[in-house]
Design a protein around this ligand. Structure first.
Ligand SMILES: [Zn+2]
Length: 343
């Protein structure tokens, strides 16, 4: 089948691959329709590695996908041929201790699409466990289905933050993950979202969602926070930039007893002001991907409580997938999510 293959860093091609996949009774075969390009895909393309995950053999990219069921195993009861679906890209070992303890996203043996050595889903079809495959509501498009993966990251962060009705939140970073986290926080009951970045078109996008944009190049964040909270500080901070400078001062806008969730992944270890956190008895949370949130993400899209359509800014056909990655490596500031359509 045709697939978009990263041969080594900076070298991508559409190749005809013979991928061996076992089709078991609990699996479905899916014809892929839409795949979102994630920051991690672009990072592998440009650098050939993320941390200790190193691309040593050609690997198919892509993990944010939707498609149509074209074959269903004999044990599969909740899906049938023709169903439009989206898929969780990470499959744990179902007998693992992490799964038994209710943290399947933290199984050390998880197999995650497009994380070496596991092939991703930028290809014509995939075989996938039915229990990690979710039917799209009728009013949710394939492109929105591909957005369920990043949206689930935002939902995981909001869940870990224990958001309460009326909370004021600060989101640091206005990329896809910052924006979906802001949307998830609004859906969870936050009364106000202050969101920071340095790129004006991204902040304008956030403002259209009703968030309060702060350009940290031109504006003083602390005075915006003080004004919004009567000098008390925000209840929750979502760190979605991974930036060393943002993390260095992350506790300053927080209220006493507030919560901070670290979502962004700094490229290198960074310094954090522990005393600033202690002086507020800050609750510190981290997230790694998500667990049990695809059904909730789909319910929020179906109900219209979350609208990700404005985030889908660019579409490429699969034949132009290499061009799509070249663009993704050097996008215009207005670009949020690039989606590749297989057909
Ligand atoms: Zn992703």
């Amino acid at each position: 089948m045709k697939a978009l293959v990263l041969k080594e860093k900076n070298s991508l091609a559409i190749l005809d691959l013979n991928l061996e996949e076992n089709f078991g009774p609990d699996n479905v075969r899916i014809r892929i329709h839409s795949v979102g390009i994630c920051g991690s895909d672009v990072h592998y393309y440009q650098f050939g590695k993320i941390g200790n995950f190193i691309v040593t053999e050609p690997m198919v990219l892509g993990h944010e996908a939707s498609g149509t069921v074209i074959e269903a195993g004999k044990n599969v009861s909740h899906l049938k041929i023709g169903d439009r679906v989206c898929m969780e890209p990470g499959i744990p070992d179902l007998r693992s201790r992490a799964v038994m303890e209710g943290m399947y996203n933290l199984d050390p043996a998880v197999r995650f699409w497009a994380t070496p050595p596991i092939h991703g889903c930028l290809r014509e079809t995939v075989v996938h466990p039915a229990m990690f495959t979710f039917k799209l509501p009728e009013n949710v498009s394939y492109a929105e289905g591909a957005m369920v993966e990043p949206l689930s990251v935002g939902l995981q962060a909001v869940k870990k933050a224990n958001v309460k009705p009326g909370d004021v939140a600060l989101v640091s970073g206005c990329g896809t993950i910052g924006l979906v986290t802001g949307l998830a926080a609004i859906a969870a009951g936050c009364s106000k979202i202050i969101i920071t970045d340095m790129i004006e078109p991204k902040l304008e996008q956030a403002a259209r969602f009703g968030m309060v944009p702060v350009n940290i190049k031109k504006q003083d964040l602390q005075s915006v926070v003080d004004k919004a909270t009567g000098g008390w500080g925000v209840d929750v901070i979502f760190e979605a930039s991974g930036s060393e400078a943002a993390i260095a001062g992350i506790f300053q806008p927080l209220c006493p007893g507030g919560r901070v969730v670290f979502i962004g992944m700094p490229v290198n270890p960074v310094a954090m002001d522990i005393v600033a956190a202690q002086a507020k008895e800050a609750h510190i949370e981290t997230i790694f991907r998500y667990a049990n949130l695809y059904p909730r993400a789909l319910a929020l899209l179906e109900s219209g409580k979350i609208n990700v359509k404005p985030l889908i800014t660019d579409r490429f056909k699969f034949a132009d997938a290499v061009k799509a990655f070249e663009y993704a490596a050097n996008p215009q500031p207005r670009t949020v999510k690039i989606v590749i359509e297989m057909y």
